[in-house]
Design a protein around this ligand. Structure first.
Ligand code: PLP
Length: 344
């Protein structure tokens, strides 16, 4: 692997970042007359730590990874956007995505004026590394792989992902937003083997903090350093840092087990619903199902007060609805509603 720095955009490689008052002096106690803050205590009158040191130390401990390899962003969306801003020269470089997948990669590409080359998953939403690599050229900077994949729910074979990492001269962004629900372990424990790997995880799903907006990226220090220079200095506000630290003390194990059990039970019950034509295997906290008349079923579910995601107009997902695994009573409500639709 060549030096990662050679993959950075030229303006980023030489960027001198904004220096905050808290960069100049980092002591914890004193009379702070350096940042034009209000001197009156409101709990939030001081600027937050731009490097989120306490938060990263805790995440490092939970994930078993060096804090220098962690980036915290305003949702995973910030890390996705930063990958474009750090690596992709607008109108010159391109990226590869593997559809059907999470829509944000394509939107971030469009916003950054970077061409998005979309390849399709194969039969049964399978990943063919050769197809993905064939779509790249010397100007391809990023390949986005989402595993478990949204909206299909399946995970890809780790060795296939490793094969792409080894063959590709650019950066692989591996989105593991749903890894906590998966039977696989993901690639975080092997991060050190791959200089060109960025792993995205989030506190929005298994950790129950979607409202706080906290996304994580794990990568080589060189990449985390570039993300940190390019991000807004105070990208994670003080309230989010404080509350996330508290919430990270929660034990989510029981909830994860319940969701996985409910997923198994739902697959079984959905299999007996007349309106369901096909259930795709899921490694995430949602299930993709195929129905004959997706829009009609979607609307009838809304009439029963149940909102699912209509993915039927996405190429490769024709006829499909995506159903999040909820609490047991919510899942029962869904199954009952589907069964009564069948009787109509
Ligand atoms: C939900 C989700 C995320 C998380 O996004 P946040 O901005 O962190 O809330 C990331 N990637 C995928 C594929 C998702 O489905």
């Amino acid at each position: 692997m060549k030096n990662i720095k050679t993959l950075f955009r030229k303006n980023i490689a030489g960027l001198a970042p904004y220096s905050t008052a808290r960069d100049e002096y980092q002591g914890a106690i004193g009379t702070y007359l350096d940042a034009n803050e209000s001197p009156y205590d409101t709990d939030y009158n001081r600027y937050p730590d731009p490097y989120q040191k306490k938060l990263k130390a805790r995440i490092a401990q939970i994930k078993g990874i060096d804090p220098g390899k962690i980036f915290a962003g305003n949702g995973s969306d910030e890390a996705i956007d930063l990958a474009f801003r750090v690596f992709c020269e607008p109108r010159i470089d391109n990226v590869v995505t593997i559809a059907p997948t999470y829509g944000m990669y394509r939107v971030a590409a469009a916003i950054n004026d970077v061409k998005c080359r979309e390849v399709q998953l194969g039969v049964g939403f399978s990943l063919d590394p050769a197809v993905v690599l064939a779509a790249t050229d010397s100007r391809t900077k990023l390949i986005f792989i989402c595993s478990p994949n949204n909206p299909t729910g399946n995970s890809f074979d780790t060795e296939d992902i490793v094969g792409i990492l080894e063959a590709f001269a650019g950066i692989v962004v591996l989105d593991e937003a749903y890894i906590d629900f998966s039977s696989g372990r993901g690639l975080l424990e092997r991060l050190g083997e791959f200089q060109n790997l960025i792993i995205l995880q989030t506190l929005s799903k298994a950790w129950g903090m979607a409202g706080l907006r906290l996304g994580l990226a794990f990568a080589d220090e060189e990449i985390i350093g570039a993300f940190t220079r390019v991000k807004y200095p105070y990208n994670i506000n003080a309230a989010t840092q404080k509350i996330a630290l508290q919430q990270l003390d929660n034990n989510i194990y029981t909830q994860l087990e319940e969701i996985k059990n409910e997923r198994r039970a739902m697959v079984e019950k959905l299999g007996k619903c007349q309106v369901i034509q096909r259930i795709y295997p899921s490694d995430a906290n949602f299930i993709l199902v195929k129905v004959e008349e997706p829009r009609r079923i979607y609307n009838l579910l809304i009439d029963s007060g149940i909102i699912v995601r209509d993915r039927s107009r996405i190429e490769g997902c024709e006829g499909c609805l995506r159903i999040t695994v909820g609490r047991p009573e919510e899942n029962k409500k869904l199954i009952d509603a589907l069964n009564s639709i069948a009787e109509q």
